[in-house]
Design a protein around this ligand. Sequence first.
Ligand code: SF4
Ligand code: SF4
Length: 427
Amino acid sequence: MRDLSFSSGGISVNLLSSYPEKVKNLPFPEKITLPLKQDMSPQLSSIRKKKAKIAAGDVIATGPDGSLISPVSGEIVNVIKDFKSHLGGKCSAIEILVNDIEFSVDFPTDTGFLHNVIKGGIVDIQDKVLFLAKKIEMAQKNKVNTLIVNGLEEIIANGKNYFFLQKQINVIKQGFEQVINLFKPNKIFLAIYSDYRHIDGFVDQLNSSLAPLGIKIVFLKKKYPQHKIPLLVKTILNEELEMDKPIEESLHTTILDLETIYHLGLLINNKVPYREKIVTVIDGDISNSQLVKVTIGTPIHYILEKLNIDTKSISKVIINGTISGIAIYDINYPITKDIGSIFVLKKGQVNTYSDAVCIKCGLCVEVCPMGLMPLFIFGYSKTKQFDFTKKFYIEKCIECGCCAYVCPVNIPLVQWIKYGKANLNIK
Ligand code: SF4
Ligand code: SF4
């Protein structure tokens, strides 16, 4: 991709930042699909059956740590048993014929903060997608005293976090107040990219809103994959993450995504549960991106059509990242809570992975932000010598994809590393 170039320890952006000023609200589609597994927890249990009439805001599936709210009013027209999830495996899914999205259910209830977080279905999206209630439980059990809010974009030139901090600062402030009240941390950091400093008045506005809450803003260089937890922790706390322990346990620290803070502010102060998603859509090139707000469950092809993206010329659609995202098999796939971006590649833009022999150029080593030697890890994994991959610290790989991005012979390094991890049972 012409806007990205690699440098030692990661990938940089050549593009000067131009953040989308607006979020386009898309009309609701005729039908939505809601998979009952949108996070790393076990599948939720449906509490509504086929032909049930539902109102926007009704709980339609529950689990111990979170719920799924119907974002629309309408009728359940299908319950699919073997819906193929992009997270791997299959789950159930509910299809709803949409009448309206007018929200008529009282929310939040007065039964306490945690109950509202569970009912509101708030998830936190870091390397794993977890219900916020689960993270709160882990944080309280391990007496966390440091909170880091990750305001770095998952993909470069995304703009979603700029929108939250520039246009929705009051909601963000309300969300922060809720978590601060809950955790009572000694230290609170908000990590954002340093190029926000060049935007007139931006930093002053942030400071005047957030500094009174004791939040320290940390400006970090725009480089992929700085947003990944081990790198964030190293940069902000100067600590190494123990890969086999949750951060709550090893460093008494919890990391929440800025989007989680936004949804929390919406839930508690504005009475809006997790029913819509702001998604970045990139049409072929990161300079051609826009933000859209869609109802959860909206099919991806509907979004592309509404944005006049020619679906016939698409070669591949990748969700959640320009470099380390996942290709989806079907553009009818719905927007779930864990989908933050859609990257559309046109014919001729797709690198085909090859089975070529490694030419030992060393580029993958140079770019690896974790200081690993990807060529050896992939080589030993491919030849099933998994014990040797451990000698090269396979468990430290954060699957950022930088190595595969720079490999001149297109070796699918991350897939081989994942294969090795799966055989060693490394999660
Ligand atoms: S080996 Fe892992 S951490 Fe290093 S560049 Fe490749 S995917 Fe990223
Ligand atoms: S970048 Fe590709 S070709 Fe170069 S050393 Fe790494 S695996 Fe081998």
